[in-house]
Design a protein around this ligand. Sequence first.
Ligand SMILES: CC(C)(COP(=O)(O)OP(=O)(O)OC[C@H]1O[C@@H](n2cnc3c(N)ncnc32)[C@H](O)[C@@H]1OP(=O)(O)O)[C@@H](O)C(=O)NCCC(=O)NCCS
Length: 280
Amino acid sequence: MDVKTYLTRIGYSGPAEPTLDVLRSVHLHHQLSVPFENLTVHSGGRVQLDLRLFYEKIVIQRRGGFCYETNGLFSWMLRKLGFQVTLLSGQVKCLKTGFYWPPFDHLILLVTLDGKRWLCDGGFGSQGYSSPLSLDTSDPQKQGHKMYRIREEEGMHFVEWQQEEIREPDGDWETIYKFTLKPRCLEDFAEMCEYHQSSPCSILFCKSLCTVLKPGGRLTFIGHRLTSTTFPTETHGIKTSTREVKDEEIPQVLAEGFGIVLKSPLIPKDERMTPLTEMY
Ligand SMILES: CC(C)(COP(=O)(O)OP(=O)(O)OC[C@H]1O[C@@H](n2cnc3c(N)ncnc32)[C@H](O)[C@@H]1OP(=O)(O)O)[C@@H](O)C(=O)NCCC(=O)NCCS
């Protein structure tokens, strides 16, 4: 496993040292280069928690992955650059029921640098933040057209955002996920990694998906639907266009849109998730 090869994979050629500028830059480069995707699960494969497998998939095969893979490998790279990194367990909020998925649902990273704490997440998907969020303030943190904040309540932290179209000083904040600061290790996420590949309550089991940040927008492929999003600017609002992709077009869409070539054919899936019935 070679850090320089990883940095080349994400198109980063700047200094390789533990500074805030570098952290911000590699975070953004990672998101622009490594899709959030679960195509292994929907093409006859299985995801296992093993850094070498993450490296082989993301760096050598130029694939993406879901949070355990992408943030797992991102944490390895940050440590190699000299950053102090702690793995944290996050729980995504179900937008339909308001319930949270169980602990270890989502892997996120705490980076401590010059006494300041930064939350990093290169493996979320469309609501994700492109730059690390400061954990030392509850104030809103603007990122391009998006606004985030981290709210703390009795030891639990909540990453919240304002949808791009309704951003106002007192607009509604929507929770994306919650987390604690308890340090974790990769193996702690093994049970939830299995859950996400087998539970009808998991979005990753119910839907084949691949999404990547693009300069000025995002490209998302769920089931047979390919959606291109252009972020709002001063002159226009958010724009989206969606089209249905035929089975025979899938390899070309994956290659041209995401730089992904699968070893086995994708079996597209887009089923409704079974609602969670337990509170976590
Ligand atoms: C899946 C994803 C790419 C969809 O992005 P999008 O372009 O905004 O698409 P939509 O908002 O139409 O969502 C697509 C479907 O996912 C569902 N969904 C996405 N996030 C959800 C959430 N937090 N809770 C419940 N449903 C969710 C939507 O309800 C919708 O389901 P339906 O078509 O069966 O009604 C994006 O929501 C995403 O990245 N989610 C995954 C985030 C995640 O859990 N990451 C961490 C796990 S490792």
